[in-house]
Design a protein around this ligand. Structure first.
Ligand code: NAP
Length: 272
C-alpha cells in the first residue's frame, strides 16, 4: 500500500513549488495531501492550480502536516522557527532546505530534534537536482526514507554527515555555474571554428548532458569513458592536450576548494 502522509511547506517559493510539483506529478503523494500558506495570493494560486491545499497561516501548515518542509530564505529561518516552536509536536518531522543553516541552530530555534537538513541545487527546477541530506538526532529510518522519496521526485539524493556540507556546497551547490561557463566556452570554441552560434550552443549543452548520462547510466569511471573515445594520434587527444596545458582539471579542483572555503568563512561570519 502507498505510504500516504501530510506534507506541508512553510515558504511557498520557487524551490517549494518545484518539490511540490515533482511530488504530485510523480505520484509520490496525492496533491490533496500537500498544504502551504502564503501572504501573496498569486503564490497561493500557483500551488492551488495543481491541487495543493491552501491554509491561512504557517502555524496551520505545521499543525496539519506530518512532514514540514521549511523553504523560506535563510535570513528568516530563525524568526519563523521561533514563531512556530510551540507547534512542533514529537511526531512531526521538520525538513530544512535553507542553505547554510546547521542542524544545531535548527534544533535550538525550533526546540525540536526530529529534523532532516537537505541541501538541493538549482537544477531542481528541471527535475535534475543533486541533493544531500543529513539527519538530526531523533530522525528515524522512516523519516529518511520518506524524505529520500520526496527529493527523488526532483532528482537524486544522498545521505551524508553534516561535516561534508560546506564541500557539498562547493561541488553541487556551486557546480552548475561552473558547468554553465564550460557550456558557454565550448560553444564559443565551436563559433571560433566556424559554427553558427545557435548550433554551437545546442551541441555544447547536449554534449554535457550526454556525457553526464554516460557516467550515470553506464556506471563506468569517467577516465575509462575518456580513454574509450581517445584514439591514437586522433582529434580528441589533441583537444585533451590543450585542456591539460590550461590546467583544466586543477582549475576545476581549485574552484570546488575555493567555494568550500568561502562557504566555511560565510557560515562563521553570518550574523544569525
Ligand atoms: N532554489 C534552489 O535551487 C535552492 C537550492 C538550495 C537551497 N535553497 C534554499 O531553499 C530556500 C528557498 O529558496 P527559493 O529559491 O525557493 O526562495 P524563494 O523563491 O524566495 O522562496 C521563499 C518564499 O518564502 C516566502 N516567505 C518569506 N517570509 C516568510 C514567512 N515568514 N513565512 C512564510 N513564507 C515566507 C517568500 O515570500 P516573499 O517572496 O513574499 O518574500 C518566498 O515565497 C532558501 O532557504 C534557499 O537557501 C534553494
Amino acid at each position: 500500500m502507498a505510504d500516504v502522509y501530510r506534507l506541508g511547506f512553510v515558504g511557498a517559493g520557487n524551490l517549494a513549488e518545484s518539490i511540490a510539483r515533482g511530488v504530485a506529478n510523480s505520484g509520490v503523494l496525492p496533491p490533496s495531501t500537500i498544504r502551504t500558506a502564503h501572504r501573496r495570493p498569486e503564490r497561493c494560486a500557483v500551488f492551488e492550480s495543481f491541487g495543493v491545499r491552501i491554509l491561512e497561516t504557517n502555524q496551520q501548515v505545521v499543525d496539519d502536516s506530518d512532514i514540514v518542509i521549511l523553504s523560506v530564505k535563510p535570513q528568516v529561518v530563525k524568526e519563523v522557527l521561533l514563531e512556530l516552536r510551540p507547534f512542533f509536536s514529537e511526531e512531526k518531522v521538520l525538513v530544512s532546505i535553507a542553505a547554510g543553516i546547521k542542524l544545531h541552530d535548527l534544533q535550538e530555534w525550533s526546540g525540536h530534534r526530529r529534523i532532516i537538513r537537505v541541501m538541493p541545487n538549482t537544477p531542481s527546477a528541471v527535475g535534475e537536482a543533486a541533493s544531500v541530506m543529513c539527519l538530526g538526532q531523533m530522525a528515524t529510518k522512516l523519516d529518511e526514507e520518506r524524505v529520500s522519496c520526496l527529493f527523488k521526485a526532483i532528482g537524486k539524493i544522498w545521505t551524508a554527515d553534516e561535516k561534508y556540507f560546506d564541500a557539498i556546497t562547493g561541488l553541487s551547490g556551486s557546480g552548475p555555474a561552473y558547468i554553465y561557463i564550460a557550456i558557454e566556452a565550448l560553444a564559443d570554441g565551436g563559433v571560433a571554428a566556424g559554427l553558427p552560434r545557435e548550433l554551437a550552443l545546442g551541441l555544447a549543452s547536449q554534449t554535457v548532458l550526454g556525457a553526464a548520462a554516460m557516467v550515470n547510466q553506464t556506471g563506468k569511471h569517467p577516465g575509462q569513458l575518456k580513454d574509450a573515445v581517445t584514439s591514437p594520434a586522433g582529434t580528441t587527444i589533441a583537444g585533451i592536450q590543450e585542456l591539460e596545458k590550461g590546467a583544466f582539471r586543477s582549475t576545476l579542483m581549485s574552484a570546488v576548494l575555493a567555494a568550500t572555503k568561502r562557504c566555511q568563512e560565510l557560515s562563521q561570519s553570518k550574523p544569525l
